[in-house]
Design a binder for this molecule. Structure first.
Ligand SMILES: NC(=O)c1ccc[n+]([C@@H]2O[C@H](COP(=O)([O-])OP(=O)(O)OC[C@H]3O[C@@H](n4cnc5c(N)ncnc54)[C@H](O)[C@@H]3O)[C@@H](O)[C@H]2O)c1
Length: 261
């Protein structure tokens, strides 16, 4: 059977919707920003760097999600300009190469930075944006978690537990805001071909080994995560909240007792 992906058949209409993506300058965030802009949305990306390619209907606003002040001022700019947010995608996160060590070798600097960006960054951007969603009585938050949130590996002693906390942020916020018309969901990708993964290929045993751990026999593409996010943010997923969708080529289904490919 061919593992060639089918041409995407679903087309969403996000005309007039305002979508905020954190970390939209590259990787998965860039693919999400692109997919929403192509479906008619106004997209704002909060990122610390500019995108390599600029896209129509995507504006990048300089923001460090690790800073409460930066999140507040960026959100205030967005509020003044667009007056609303329909979808927030909490995507900006880091996994520096120096974090691929057992926990007794981790530096405080790496622990603090990953906690500030990957855990508190999600919280701070959501905290800044939620008053708009509450006022609207409508909105969707999508948190990028990870396969590492569900099961462990060596050398992900900060990244894995924080990604797991992203799942719990999703459930907690979903419960908290459900009666205000706000849905909160997460997506857990397997290995996806992005600069983050490219930077750590060696630590993960090389591309072929990484691809082979996925039953589909390859790593995923950023667009394949974006299409899951598009569905979750759409009215088609109106009864979906507080849950996680693994977009992982079967990685999560592959048990420790399974024969290696
Ligand atoms: N690539 C994968 O295989 C994979 C797998 C599972 C989960 N994820 C998750 O998906 C999300 C995106 O990962 P990616 O691989 O596209 O990463 P990436 O490193 O390729 O891109 C991350 C983007 O976030 C921005 N960013 C980083 N720190 C920031 C900060 N403090 N403030 C604002 N922007 C900041 C970067 O500038 C960059 O544009 C992350 O949450 C990651 O944990 C990725």
């Amino acid at each position: 059977m061919s593992n060639r992906p089918l041409a995407g058949a679903v087309r969403y209409d996000n005309s007039g919707r305002v979508v905020l993506v954190t970390g939209g300058s590259r990787g998965i965030g860039f693919a999400i920003a692109k997919a929403f802009s192509e479906s008619g949305a106004h997209v704002v990306s909060f990122d610390m760097s500019d995108p390599g390619v600029s896209l129509p209907n995507v504006e990048t606003y300089r923001c460090d999600v690790a800073s409460a002040e930066s999140c507040e001022s960026a959100t205030e700019w967005l509020r003044q300009k667009y007056h609303r947010v329909d979808v927030l995608v909490n995507n900006a996160a880091i996994q520096p190469v120096e974090s691929y060590v057992p926990i007794h070798q981790l530096s405080d600097e790496v622990i603090n930075r990953m906690t500030q960006v990957n855990l508190l960054g999600y919280l701070r951007v959501a905290r800044a944006v939620l008053p708009m969603l509450i006022e609207q009585g409508d909105g969707v938050i999508v948190n990028l978690a990870s396969g590492q949130a569900h099961r462990s590996a060596r050398q992900v002693g900060v990244y894995g537990p924080i990604k797991s906390a992203n799942l719990m942020q999703t459930k907690q916020w979903a419960v908290e805001y459900a009666r205000m018309g706000i849905r909160v969901v997460s997506v857990s990708p397997g290995a996806i071909d992005t600069p983050m993964v490219r930077a750590s290929l060696e630590a993960q045993g090389g591309e072929a080994a990484l691809a082979n751990r996925h039953p589909l026999g390859r790593i995923g593409r950023p667009e394949e995560v974006a299409s899951a996010v598009m569905w979750l943010a759409s009215a088609d997923a109106a009864f979906v909240t507080g849950t996680d969708l693994e977009v992982d080529g079967g990685l999560g289904a592959f048990g420790a007792f399974a024969d290696p490919y």
